[in-house]
Design a binder for this molecule. Structure first.
Ligand SMILES: [Fe+2]
Ligand SMILES: [Fe+2]
Length: 194
């Protein structure tokens, strides 16, 4: 006779008992928080996070360059928006670098290979509208990339996923900010009406 699904579920404990948890935690201390319940592929997670780190660093550089060089009438508000975004991208870069370190990797800040690892691009944009447009494009790339990564990590690495959830929320705000600025400076809505 085979067990009904509910019998199997009833016989498999949902939580590990405290004694086993304590014993397991005492073994393999050198792996830090990559314990036996880590379901992801650590090497792959680190590699993915290196690309997220590069993406964030490129965003810091692009926004900083734009914040300094944006010129023209009504550029002050835009400049301060660029500067604010640069600061937030830097906070993301630090969060991601910390996570790589927690997983036993070394965060890659090597400028020589930055653009090959980054999903976003370093585009100067030219005039004020060109800059806003390039930042909007970069934010849309980040949003698409991070949404996919969040689905990929799922329950295999909840801490990495939750970190990316938080970053995604800010990237969506950035996208919205850039979209609003583009509308304000081009005078027409970019979204199709519902
Ligand atoms: Fe970011
Ligand atoms: Fe952003």
């Amino acid at each position: 006779m085979t067990n009904a699904p509910q019998d199997v579920a009833a016989s498999t404990p949902f939580l590990t008992d405290v004694k086993t948890l304590r014993e397991r935690a005492r073994k393999n201390l050198e792996t830090g928080n990559v314990t036996s319940t880590y379901r992801g592929d650590v090497a792959q997670t680190i590699e993915i996070l290196q690309s997220v780190l590069a993406t964030e660093i490129v965003c810091v550089l692009r926004y900083t360059m734009h914040a300094v060089t944006a010129a023209g009438i009504s550029s002050e508000g835009v400049k301060s928006e660029f500067a604010q975004h640069a600061k937030e991208e830097q906070a993301h870069a630090l969060e991601v670098a910390e996570r790589i370190n927690q997983l036993g990797g070394t965060p890659d800040f090597n400028p020589a290979t930055l653009l090959t690892r980054s999903a976003s691009q370093y585009e100067e944009g030219g005039n004020l509208v060109g800059m806003i447009r390039e930042n909007l494009i970069a934010e849309r790339i980040a949003v698409d990339h991070y949404r996919e990564l969040i689905r990929y990590f799922g329950d295999n690495d909840p801490a990495t996923r939750i970190m990316l959830d938080g970053i995604l929320v800010v990237e969506e705000e950035h996208t919205n900010d850039m979209h609003d600025l583009l509308v304000a400076h081009e005078g027409k809505p970019s979204f199709a009406s519902p």
